[in-house]
Write a new protein. Structure first.
Length: 338
């Protein structure tokens, strides 16, 4: 199961863009909504960046981006979106209004940036999987000074950054570890093994709990951010590729690729309180559910169905799929402004 779904994450363009039989979600006409704002989608197989208007449900702008783009992050003032170019060595920044490219920040040979955070302090942080490191990009729209920190681990993939900006945490798929990296003193990173293939990572807003999902273990972990000690292991659905916290902080949610669903975890008790069926286990291979993202008000959760070229919009309270938005070119990384 693990190897089969892991291989789907690297499907070639010809397969990723093939029509999906069954429900026909990708061909469904756009559905209007009273939701305002926009969703930004990185089409990793088509090398695209799209802006989807949330009111109309339509992609209003689509531009060519870079090779194999993955994660996205919006600036604190919502005027720009940064794109990690996993097939290359740059972080590219676009205007959110029209997706005009503003700048490209080179992280060096074989960087392969993947995870990305645009911090409230205005700086960018990104993993560089090919260099086994992370980058702190200070003043990305100005001088764009870059500072590199080695993780010493294989597959440095996703990251979280402390509210203070003093520390970062990464998941390292190849080494099966989570690392704590000191961004100010440059002390040697601390790494511990956490399950099989830890990938998803999220830090609580208060900085007191680090959440990690290990896709090969079908589990989520609550960690002490400073010691990396496991406080609790939580069994989830199958192949929990990503984990995120609701803005209110009351629930953590994993994206369970092999189930086509979500596991909802009470952050106080650490118990899975319910599951949300976004599609089904039978449809999981045809959809390849990856990234998940809450709306700022916590009322909706957006779910990237990469090989179906759709983004499911789910009502969090009821668990009902409200509509499916376009995710052209193998939509994976997503970001939102409202």
């Amino acid at each position: 199961m693990v190897s089969r779904f892991a291989s789907l994450l690297a499907l070639p363009l010809a397969v990723a863009c093939a029509p999906v039989t069954g429900e026909g979600d990708a061909a469904a006409p756009p559905v209007a909504s009273n939701v305002s704002g926009a969703l930004f989608v990185a089409g990793k197989f088509g090398n695209l960046l799209s802006k989807v208007d949330l009111a109309s449900g339509e992609a209003v702008v689509t531009v060519e981006s870079c090779a194999n783009p993955h994660e996205l992050a919006t600036s604190p003032d919502d005027t720009h979106v940064a794109l990690a170019c996993y097939g290359g060595q740059t972080v590219d920044i676009f205007r959110t209004s029209d997706l005009a490219k503003i700048t490209s920040i080179d992280l060096g040979e074989n960087a392969r940036p993947h995870g990305i955070v645009w911090h409230t302090n205005g700086d960018l942080y990104a993993t560089a999987e090919g260099r086994q490191s992370i980058f702190w990009i200070r003043d990305p729209l100005g001088t764009a000074e870059t500072f590199e920190y080695g993780s010493g681990q294989q597959g440095t993939h996703m990251l979280a950054v402390a509210p203070s900006g003093n520390h970062a945490w990464t998941t390292n798929l190849g080494s099966r570890t989570v690392s704590l990296i000191d961004l100010k003193t440059r002390r040697a990173p601390q790494s511990v093994e956490i399950g099989e293939e830890p990938e998803g990572i999220w830090l609580s807003d208060d900085g007191e709990t680090l959440w990690v999902s290990a896709r090969g273990s079908d589990a989520a972990f609550m960690l002490d951010p400073q010691t990396l000690e496991v406080r609790q292991r939580i069994e989830t659905g199958n192949f929990p590729l990503r984990i995120t916290l609701r803005p209110q902080g009351d629930y953590a949610v994993t994206s369970d690729l092999a189930d086509g669903g979500l596991s909802v975890i009470d952050t106080v008790t650490g118990e899975v309180v319910r599951s949300i069926a976004v599609s089904s286990p039978a449809d999981a291979e045809a959809k390849t559910q990856v990234t998940i993202l809450f709306s700022p008000d916590g009322e909706r959760i957006y779910v990237a169905e990469t090989t179906a070229n759709t983004i499911a919009e789910v009502d969090f309270a009821s668990g009902r799929v409200l509509r499916r938005l376009p995710g052209e070119g193998g939509g994976d990384g997503i970001a939102i402004i409202e």
